[in-house]
Structure formats: structure tokens, C-alpha cells
Design a protein around this ligand. Structure first.
Ligand code: ZN
Length: 295
């Protein structure tokens, strides 16, 4: 059970968000900057995302009438304009996902503020508005990043794991909603094999790798919860894996009472309920352990 299940719109029993992090080849450039330009295999593996998987994913969403969320590093916004334009023209949400997928834990202090704000400026220039949401590369949020999100009036973060359903983080500097994630519905463990960034997993068959996701969905459906997938075009957008996701989508849309929406829209719903006093989120006070004081 969930102690404070959220009343979802139109009597839906579960909110669902498939969130894609379109990292493309930013991963190899941040990991191996000295010679990444000449590592053709990881570049090609990343490029599959915006060039092949994104058109496939968007075609499915158009056919099924879904709007969803994509988190994209600013470096990728600049290098893959056709994918970005296609995502936007279909009415999906794009969130902040770092400058070139730098790990916030490795980029503390002035360098973090500089990267965060540079990415934000690129986002605003290309997309024409500020993002509502943020997801940290490798989920590695620091208190400094949370404070930057509050300072720049973001609506939500989607990198942390302290509850099953959206919750509210309260800091001295302000509040921020969390749209929580977890590793059980992330596609790196079942599908990523990437020796250059020291991530080597035994790649599982599509139906086998996604089975755990669908079990997570069933538990959320039963409890009136919030089912979120954190997936990547170059992993889950591959032909056979996306075919499995498509089959699952067709089945739940047909047989279940589900509400698929971008995270920004789910955020607006829960924030409205909270403001009206009809539902109360669990409060998570930050910073943890009283610190650190950030720049
Ligand atoms: Zn990422």
C-alpha cells in the first residue's frame, strides 16, 4: 500500500510517465575527452538515439496519442536539432539534463553553477522557454544543484528516490517537488554494456529485461501509485526492446485506467491538489545532515 495515494484525473488508477534521457554520445565525450572524437563505436552507439530511436519512439506516441518527457543535455540540444524539433513539434516536454552530462558530484562549486547556468541559457535559446524540470546525470544530485533549481524557479527535480509517489522537498531557500525515480525502472542495469565508462552488465533479452518494469507497474496500479520509467533512446529505443514497450503500451491503454502524462503535467496536478488541501505530499526536509553551505 501507499500511505497517501494521489487522486489522479478522470478516475485513473495510476499515473504513468515514460521519461527518456537523450544522452546520445555526450557520455563518451565527458568520460574520455582526450580522444573521444576517435572512439567511433561509442559515438555510433549514442548517435543511434537521436537519429534512429527518437523518430521510432515519437511515431509510437503519435499513434497512441501520448505526450511524454525527455531530458536532454544542452550539448545534445545543439548537436541534434532535428530530434529536438521533432520532440517539440509533437508537444512533448524537454527538461534540463546538464551541459554535457557532467556528474554534479564531480563538478561541485563554481564549475557546477557555470555548467548549470550555461545549459539553462542554451535550453532557453533553443526551446524558447525555461524548463520546468531537471534530472541529474547519473542521478547524482548535490544540495548545490537543488539550491540552483530553487533559485531558478524550477518546478521539479526527477533524480531522487525517497518515496513511491511525488513528494515535496522543503529547504530554507524554498520548496521543490520531487518526481521520484529508482533503479528498478531504469534501463541501464538490464541493457547497458559500456566498457569505456566502466559499466558492464550482462545484456538481457528484451522481454526479460523489461519484465521487472512491468512488475513495478502492477504494484503501482494496485496501490494507486506513480509508475515512472527512466530509459534511454540508445538502449530501450532499439528495435526489439521498443517493440516490447509498444506491446505493453497498447495493452495498458486498452485494458487499464491509466493516466500517461509528461512529468510537468503530473507535477501541476499534484501541486494543485496540495494547494487546494485535497491531498498532502510527504515532506522531505533538506539539506540532509544540515549541510553543506553551497555557492
Ligand atoms: Zn543521462
Amino acid at each position: 500500500m501507499i500511505r497517501n495515494p494521489i487522486p489522479w484525473p478522470d478516475g485513473a488508477q495510476c499515473a504513468c510517465a515514460i521519461t527518456f534521457d537523450m544522452d546520445a554520445d555526450s557520455l563518451i565525450h565527458i568520460a574520455r575527452p582526450a580522444d573521444s572524437h576517435d572512439r567511433l563505436y561509442p559515438i555510433s552507439m549514442g548517435r543511434y538515439g537521436p537519429l534512429v530511436a527518437i523518430p521510432r519512439i515519437l511515431a509510437t506516441y503519435r499513434r497512441l496519442g501520448l505526450k511524454q518527457s525527455f531530458f536532454i543535455p544542452a550539448w545534445c540540444l545543439e548537436r541534434y536539432p532535428e530530434a529536438v524539433e521533432a520532440i517539440l513539434s509533437d508537444g512533448h516536454e524537454i527538461g534540463h539534463h546538464g551541459l554535457i552530462h557532467e556528474d554534479p558530484v564531480e563538478t561541485r562549486g563554481a564549475a557546477q553553477r557555470e555548467a548549470f547556468e550555461k545549459a539553462l541559457a542554451i535550453h532557453e535559446k533553443i526551446i524558447g522557454r525555461k524548463p520546468k524540470g531537471y534530472r541529474a546525470p547519473v542521478y547524482n544530485v548535490t544540495q548545490q544543484v537543488i539550491d540552483l533549481l530553487v533559485e531558478h524557479r524550477f518546478s521539479y527535480d526527477s533524480s531522487l528516490m525517497a518515496d513511491d509517489v511525488p513528494y515535496l522537498m522543503k529547504m530554507p531557500k524554498g520548496d521543490l517537488w520531487e518526481m521520484p525515480v529508482h533503479w528498478g525502472t531504469d534501463d541501464w542495469p538490464p541493457f547497458a554494456h559500456y566498457a569505456e565508462i566502466d559499466y558492464m552488465m550482462p545484456v538481457r533479452a528484451p522481454s526479460d529485461g523489461l519484465k521487472g518494469f512491468w512488475e513495478e507497474f502492477e504494484a503501482h496500479y494496485e496501490a494507486g501509485g506513480f509508475f515512472i520509467m527512466v530509459v534511454h533512446p540508445f538502449l530501450t529505443g532499439r528495435l526489439a526492446r521498443w517493440r516490447e514497450v509498444e506491446k505493453w503500451l497498447e495493452s495498458v491503454l486498452h485494458e487499464r485506467k491509466v493516466w500517461f502524462a509528461p512529468l510537468g503535467t503530473i507535477h501541476d496536478h499534484v501541486a494543485r491538489l496540495h494547494a487546494a488541501g485535497t491531498w498532502n505530499p510527504r515532506i522531505e526536509p533538506l539539506p540532509y545532515f544540515g549541510g553543506p553551505v553551497t555557492v
